[in-house]
Design a binder for this molecule. Structure first.
Ligand code: M6R
Length: 366
């Protein structure tokens, strides 16, 4: 059932182009620049009343939520808060019937996320879910569920569930924008055209697998890693670090690159590999200066850059290229690079990639 791959995680990494096609299929018309389908079913009639969106999740799904915030605020101009379910649950909340609550969960069974959703519902919020499992507790209790069609995810480390969540949130944000008329059909069409390129962009990124394996060989004995990103790729820094921690047991920190000088910069020395996610974007110059800061303290820079970009050649010790795509969607190839890297580090270390110690696929206790 691993279809020739050594581990489920590797198989699931490679399934991502297909999973994304399945997730976005039938939900939009490229010709008309419109989004439709199941996305807002069940909450459509309340959309004009929402003055705020609260996204709640755990782990990797929380990282998808952080990206969703960028999409919704940029496209639909609705303020978004993103919270960790176990924090949301035990706080004095300000929630009412003008709040749209969105739970993101692969399994639909995560105890904290489910409880958070119940609390929000009780307080009058409309509750939507982005979920991978039909018939799961969260999907049964939500007013509206957007299904990610990732197929079963066996590896404990989430890969294709994450990218399909992000693709769903992208469409969700565009549909909100369409309903609220914050974007024209032409603008929506532009982003849809970029979205349909994502599967091919991931395929091309997967072609760098051998190169990324060679980096995993080089760095598998490092004691710590730092992952940096900005803007929409800041959550990818968090996700890259989480993936490395959970399957390779190497300490890793993900940080917004601009925040580095407020603390983590003290960690940098000639032994610290620093993954920097810096595709061409509106914050490219900003992050380039962060690369400079790392290099001037002798950190080892592994830069994820857009194909053909030579701007960081003088500073990067290693450069991993990803295909050009709209900045908002660069998260897809970027996260795939970090997934492959973590996968190879863990498998070179001889660890149980699919069933890492101390972890369960779905955390049904708090
Ligand atoms: O099923 P869920 O999406 O609710 O699970 C949330 C987290 O437990 C999950 O994403 C966890 O962080 C993964 N092991 C990350 O790879």
């Amino acid at each position: 059932e691993k279809a020739g791959y050594s581990h489920f995680m590797q198989k699931e990494i490679h399934e991502q182009p297909r999973a994304i096609i399945d997730t976005i299929r039938g939900k939009f018309s490229l010709e008309q620049g419109t989004i439709g389908g199941e996305l807002l079913e069940g909450i459509q009639h309340r959309i004009k009343d929402f003055n705020r969106i609260v996204i709640v999740a755990c782990g990797t799904s929380w990282h998808a939520g952080l990206i969703g915030k960028f999409y919704i605020e940029k496209f639909a101009k609705i303020p978004v808060e993103v919270d960790i379910a176990s924090e949301f649950r035990y706080r004095d909340l300000v929630i009412d019937d003008k709040t749209l609550f969105v739970a993101i969960t692969q399994s639909g069974e995560t105890a904290d996320t489910l409880s958070a959703m119940r609390i929000a519902k009780k307080m009058g919020a409309a509750v939507a879910a982005v979920c991978n499992v039909v018939g799961s507790s969260v999907s049964r209790e939500a007013d509206s569920t957007v299904y990610t069609h990732a197929g079963p995810e066996i590896g404990v480390a989430s890969t294709k569930a994450f990218t399909t969540q992000v693709a769903s949130l992208f469409l969700f944000a565009l549909q909100l924008a369409q309903t609220k008329k914050t974007m024209t059909p032409d603008q929506i069409r532009h982003y849809l055209k970029e979205l349909v390129r994502v599967p091919e962009v991931i395929e091309k990124t997967l072609k760098h697998e051998d190169y990324i394996l060679s980096l995993a060989k080089k760095f598998k004995d490092a004691k710590d890693f730092l992952y940096l990103g900005r803007n929409v790729n800041y959550p990818i820094a968090l996700e890259g670090a989480l993936k490395l921690k959970e399957i390779s047991y190497i300490h890793a920190e993900g940080y917004p690159a601009g925040e580095m000088k407020h603390g983590p910069i003290a960690l940098i020395d000639e032994n610290l590999p620093v993954f920097i996610i810096c595709p061409q974007s509106s914050v490219y110059e900003k992050i380039a200066s962060n690369v400079q800061e790392v290099k001037s303290r002798d950190g080892i820079v592994l830069a994820v850059v857009t194909e053909g970009d030579t701007g960081l050649d003088a500073l990067a010790d290693h450069k991993i290229e990803i295909p050009a795509i709209a900045e908002e969607l660069s998260v897809f190839p970027a996260v795939v690079v970090t997934q492959i890297f973590s996968y190879y580090v863990a498998s070179l270390l001889g660890l149980d990639v699919d069933q890492p110690r101390n972890l369960a696929k779905s955390v049904t206790v708090e």
